[in-house]
Design a protein around this ligand. Sequence first.
Ligand code: ADP
Length: 671
Amino acid sequence: MNSLRPGAPLPRSPRWPARIASRLPSVSQTVKTLAFAALVAAGAWTAYRYAQRAETETIIERAARRLDVDESTLRGELTRYDYLPALLSLNPDIADLLRHPTDAALSARVNRYLADVTTDSQAAAIYVLDLRGTTLAASNWDQPISFVGQNFSYRPYFIDALHNGTGHFYGLGSTSRLPGYFYAARIGAGGRELGVVATKISLDSMEALWTRGDETVLVADANGVVFLSSFPGWKYRTLHPLSAAARARIDAKRQYGGPGALADIGLVPRRRLAANAEIDTVSPPNPLLANTPNPHAMDFVVVSRTVAGTDWRIMSLTDIAPARKNARYAALVTALGLSLATIGTLYVLQRRKVIAQRLAMRETLERMNDELERKVTRRTGALARANKSLRNEIAQHKRTEATLKATLEELVQAGKMALIGQMSAGITHELNQPLAALRTLSDNALLFLQRGRQDEAENNLRVIAGLIERMGKITAQLRRFSRKGPAELEPVAVERTLVNALFLVEPRLRKEDVEVVRDAGDGSSAHSDLVVLADANRLEQVLVNLFTNALDAMLGCPRRQLSIAVRADAADDAYVEIVVADTGAGIPETVRERLFEPFFTTKPPGAGLGLGLAICAGIMRELGGTLKANAAAAASGASFTLRLRRAPGDGVGELAKTDTNRAQRGAAEGE
Ligand code: ADP
């Protein structure tokens, strides 16, 4: 049991630094992650820069195209009325009015004429000024803001026209306070200048057009004052702070209303993009920013150009924020794309690695399999060879067994012949006696017949027949005993076999005066009907052998008794024991150890071969039984026990069959 004893040290956990280190990414992993992050960041940054540049270029290009259109439209608008002074100078009434400014009728005619031309040309106003700058006639003569009687000698367009022939000016109308473009031309020349014809043109429609676009479009004059703007909040404000002198000049011309209106927009140049384009920042407070959701500083792409024929600059301002947003999207998409591509590449590489590992593993497995197959083939070959040699050995064994069996049979037969040889003296005697008697009896019978003594002759013949029968019985018994053949297990009646065996030794028993005692001990013959599984002929041979040995042992003994006991085995009812005992000299211990050895004999040469008991033991083994020499008590003879299996059901039915078989065999042998 694994328990903690008090005072025992606590089980140690893995050391903390090692555990933390095992959870930290390895150096190579960190390097790879950093490289990956750097790659993604570089890619995103490049994409951002590229997209922003592309977006900016698109803005510049679009703004330039727009400015092309706007500038030419503006120029067209400005030059649209260039023809007017020449047209008006053709009217004699105007020259007359300049010569006779007080002629009211003439003045009224000129006023109407100017109003008609204004209506036709869609100009804002046309008016005629004398050399002192006083308006003599005007298209708006009948309106509250009539120019008639107004003096515009301070206006640059009048001064320029008077001195140079023509004059241009953009500014607020000093009477109407409405902005407009003033174009003036001198009438009369060569020292006979009469006055100046001026046209005021409204550029409101142009402004209205611009306000519909995305960009902020504005036109600034040489001082940087914005006088046209798609964003109204910037009108009459300056791109850069005005110098005091410039402001004084503007005020003198009353160009843009009273002092203080020309506040700075706060447009700060940040970066030049091209000759006519730059990025400017507008910082709060600014009316433009006040209208945007982002009241912080805004960057604009500013594209500008000079309006041909003037000192004005037309400018387009485009918020750069959407472009930056798009660039950010591009950067994001690039980063995502790069991440996906990197992850995809890593996945593919990992997958390849796994596949390569699998292939390597499969190759290893195949190699191992091949090796295994080779081993199995080798082993199978060895096994097949071993099997073959085993079969050969078995065949050899079978042959040996058959040879042994044949040899045993030969030996048994030889033993039998030896027994017959041993018994031959007695048997010969047994046959010779009746033969001699037969001779006498037959001679006497002949005599009796010759003498007519019929009855005595018949009596002799009957005795002769009895003798012949007895002789036949002996020879039949001998022939049956000597029969050669393999052992066949069958139910054998012990009693009958004993009787047959005793019959064969009968002459010796009688001659040597041996007493045969059956069932010694209780003296009964209760077991004489026992039937065993055996071969009758073989069992008979064993018994004859034992009887002969007993008779040999008792030769010269004063007491000669052959005891035969048949009984069921006390320990195992399935076996039957036949005990053959004699009153001979008995078997010394040294002899007993070697009793069953072949060629062991204590008998004088020629008396025994020493094979009898060895053959008997072999026969008993063949019959599935045993033969053993019993340890005899001192001063008593020898005793042998035969043990055989009992026939099933004591084989009564089988025994009948066996008898029939034997009878048939006897008949076949001419018994
Ligand atoms: P053999 O009879 O030719 O000698 P056996 O194998 O039959 O051959 O007997 C071997 C020996 O066993 C005999 O020589 C004898 O010494 C001894 N023997 C056999 N039976 C008896 C017996 N009944 N009493 C004493 N000795 C015996």
